[in-house]
Write a protein that binds this ligand. Sequence first.
Ligand SMILES: [Zn+2]
Ligand SMILES: [Zn+2]
Ligand SMILES: [Zn+2]
Length: 359
Amino acid sequence: MRTFRCDHCDSPVYFENPRCVACGHTLAFLPDQFRLAALERSDDGLWRVAGGQTEGQPAYRLCHHYVSTDTCNWAVEAADSQELCVSCRLTHQIPDLSLPGRQASLYKMEQAKRRLVFNLRELGLPLFEHETLNPLRFSFLENLPEAGFHVITGHDHGHITINLSEADDVERVRSRNEMGEPYRTVLGHFRHEIGHFYWDELIAPQEQRLDAFRTLFGDEREDYAEALKRHYEQPDPQWADQHISTYASAHPWEGWAETWAHYMHMRATIETADDFADSVRLPGQDPKAARQARENALMMARGLDFDQLILRWMRLSLALNALNRSMGMDDVYPFTLSDPVRDKLRFVHDTVRASAILA
Ligand SMILES: [Zn+2]
Ligand SMILES: [Zn+2]
Ligand SMILES: [Zn+2]
């Protein structure tokens, strides 16, 4: 994730912020410009980047969820007829928001989804309806025990369902311990499920890639329900030799989704680190030159080959774990990467690079 600066007062601002905490300007993410901007409302009721001329500037509306519930901070291009931003419009089904706590849980889900959309665009991957085989959509649902309805987090032909209880920290930590998943996070769920989506999009339709997948991850035609049952009854004690996580050993599809999620963790975290390193601007340093240096670093990171990428990741994750331990906290990255796992990550990297439709 990149860091951004307020167009009005130059303070650092986070991707999630709806307002600049320093100067109070309205902030919104502009999907077409791919950046968070400070906006001002013009006389015509539309929003434009702060400080510029009204004339000739791209104009925006705020996403309907920004205006109505303050649960989104993205903008919609004025020419776009839809009320919702490109991220909110991917949401298909939500729970009854009149019930207590649901709005806050939905906010956490949508926030993680916006990060996901940003990361996928950053990787240049096809994401929207006209670019994909199955239109992508999300449902955030909750168990209704009295109606016998139990939500299963998962992916089905572009439709990703996530159990809303994952937004509840207590509930998620309970599942994390119960399932032995040290890295269970809301964003992690999104990255895992979108991995299944991209398997359908990028692996299944391409014979050569499918063969390569089977060599590395195993044959996905193995009965899925049986494999999962076996995994839960008798998990593979040797899973770490071949897999990134214990769940990855359940079935080749899960191995792929877990590896894909890991790849996204790596890329996003490396980008954040790079961005911070280059955006610590010294007093008196020309902001434009600093921005250019940062852009160059990001471009370089995007072009890294896999061996360089993994080397940076090893160094960065060691530093992250050491920082956390210094604060008396658990490791940020409690994983080791065996050679077969590195080969799988390399395959994900090659697939992403070969499939990028955007520069
Ligand atoms: Zn500001
Ligand atoms: Zn929105
Ligand atoms: Zn899965």
